[in-house]
Design a protein around this ligand. Structure first.
Ligand SMILES: Nc1ncnc2c1ncn2[C@@H]1O[C@H](COP(=O)(O)OP(=O)(O)OP(=O)(O)O)[C@@H](O)[C@H]1O
Ligand SMILES: [Mg+2]
Length: 498
């Protein structure tokens, strides 16, 4: 359920917030232990109530004052136990970041993808030391708390013994005064001990439930967050087939308030039935455009218009159904070849026909039929080793990402550096067939490579959050500006051949 709620959260903003991740970790514990602890408390109350009622009637025979003393004496114990459990939760919540760091380092130290670099750079000891120091800090905090808890628990035990002692003396005196027989002493003192331990058996799970309810609260917080986190907009329009194009109008965007604007007064038109290429130096905001188009973030100022309609008028999920996207940092899932392509359109994940069609387009079919289990081969040895799993090369993974995009019957394709790892021949073939591959869809192609930029109908050059040049390849070459400079640099004779 927790992950169903998390899945309902639109956009990426929550996912870049450490408090949110801490809440997930605490809530995840609460979702498991909260309900079971409540059940165990109920069962403990039922079991012990029978004992307690039995002994109340026995102890009433001695004195109701004694009974009252025993009942009242449990109150401070419950109070102290609850405070201790609350403090235990506060300690966990305070240290949750460190727990997350420890889990992250543990994962780094065992995942083959990170172990590669850890071995080459000799980082093992560096990370192990960091893990050790994190764990030591956690242990220290836990140890200090344990000492405090032990002190209070001993206090409680002492208090309980004093009450038991007083009660026992009282019973002895009752026998001394002849109110009960000597033989009754044994009956009443064992009733006394059982009564006290039954009360404690209820008090302890009661305090545990208090602690677990705090964890559970985090689970509920995430539930409410998911229910109330409707992404801004009216969501009243259904998304029309793209006819004219997409326009960024006076858009300003920054990831956080204390950061510089990534896009500022940004204007760009992406025409339909055409390919617009975007280029610009690293960090100029190209991938940010993709995240805004797909509504992973919303701009702080200005509008993005789909055929003249603000995209905030659309339901984000419906808008995304009209798009096929390859992110620059696309995901490499620990799934089979078929599934890794099929996730591009999960309704067709079982359709081998649709998947092989997409694989053909991405030049992947020839590779997949040679794998030990063909399309059913697991693309990770982390999950399945031996003959059933394999690892792909960087370029092969990029083809998987392309095939994933081709699974979509989209109006608009977004390709962020889609061929940066492809070999020259495959890249050349892909761009030679680009128009055919795109079908009737419009496309936004982000690239640094002249070979890719050349095939686009229009090219936009980004700098300092703005479009500084816009036009066809030949127009921009004629302009002798940034684009022409980039072109000359890429076509220059290598230094060693000068
Ligand atoms: N999630 C984020 N939170 C905060 N800042 C970010 C985030 N993602 C990107 N940035 C910053 O926004 C700026 C633009 O990043 P973006 O990824 O759009 O650049 P880019 O043009 O795609 O670069 P590249 O050519 O390297 O892919 C950079 O300065 C980057 O540091
Ligand atoms: Mg980028």
């Amino acid at each position: 359920m927790l992950f169903e709620y998390i899945n309902n959260l639109e956009g990426l903003t929550y996912f870049e917030n450490q408090d949110f991740h801490s809440a997930i970790r605490l809530g995840s514990r609460g979702s498991v232990s909260g309900p079971t602890q409540v059940l165990s408390l109920i069962s403990s109350i039922i079991q012990n109530s029978i004992t307690i009622i039995g002994f109340i009637s026995v102890l009433l025979l001695v004195s109701y004052e004694l009974l009252l003393l025993l009942i009242i004496s449990i109150a401070p114990q419950i109070f102290v136990l609850i405070i201790l459990k609350r403090k235990r939760f506060a300690l966990e919540a305070e240290n949750i970041e460190k727990h997350r760091v420890a889990s992250y380092i543990e994962e780094l130290l065992q995942n083959p993808h990170s172990v590669k670099e850890i071995r080459i750079f000799g980082l093992g000891i560096f990370f192990v030391n960091r893990l050790m120091s994190t764990i030591q800090q956690l242990n220290k905090a836990g140890h200090d708390y344990d000492l405090r808890e032990m002190f209070w628990q001993s206090g409680l035990a002492l208090f309980s013994s004093v009450i038991a002692g007083i009660s026992f003396v009282f019973i002895i005196f009752q026998a001394f005064w002849g109110k009960i027989t000597i033989g009754d002493i044994f009956l009443y003192s064992s009733a006394l001990a059982s009564f006290q331990s039954s009360l404690y058996s209820i008090a302890l799970p009661m305090s545990t439930v208090t602690q677990d309810s705090l964890y559970f609260r985090k689970f509920i917080d995430i539930k409410y967050l998911a229910q109330n986190s409707k992404i801004i907009g009216n969501h009243t329009c259904s998304v029309p087939h793209l006819k004219t194009g997409i326009e960024f109008r006076d858009v300003a965007f920054r990831y956080t308030e204390n950061q510089d604007w990534v896009l500022d007064n940004f204007n760009l038109f992406i025409p339909s039935n055409a390919c617009l290429a975007v280029t610009g130096i690293n960090g100029s905001g190209k991938s940010t455009i993709v995240k805004l188009l797909t509504r992973l973030y919303d701009p702080q100022k200005g509008q993005i218009l789909w055929d003249g309609i603000d995209i905030r008028e659309f339901e984000p999920r419906e808008l995304r159904e009209h798009m096929g996207v390859i992110f620059q940092d696309f995901s490499r899932y620990y799934l089979t070849g078929q599934e890794n392509i099929g996730v591009g359109n999960v309704q067709s994940i079982d359709s081998l026909e649709a998947i092989t069609h997409a694989a053909h387009k991405a030049d992947l079919h020839r590779l997949f039929i040679t794998l030990p289990n063909g399309y059913q081969t697991m693309l990770s040895k982390y999950i399945e080793s031996g003959n059933r799993g394999t690892e792909l090369s960087g370029g092969q993974w990029q083809k998987v990402a392309l095939a994933r995009m081709f699974m979509r019957n989209a109006d608009f394709f977004i390709l962020d550096e889609p061929t940066s790892s492809l070999d020259i021949k495959t890249e050349h073939e892909m761009y030679a067939n680009f128009v055919k591959l795109m079908g009737n869809a419009s496309s936004l192609l982000i690239s640094h490579r002249i070979a890719a930029l050349k095939i686009a109908n229009f090219i936009a050059v980004l700098e300092n959050g703005k479009v500084i040049e816009y036009g066809s390849h030949s127009y921009l070459i004629g302009l002798k500006g940034k684009y022409a400079e980039l072109h000359d640099l890429q076509s220059a004779v290598p230094f060693n051949q000068l």
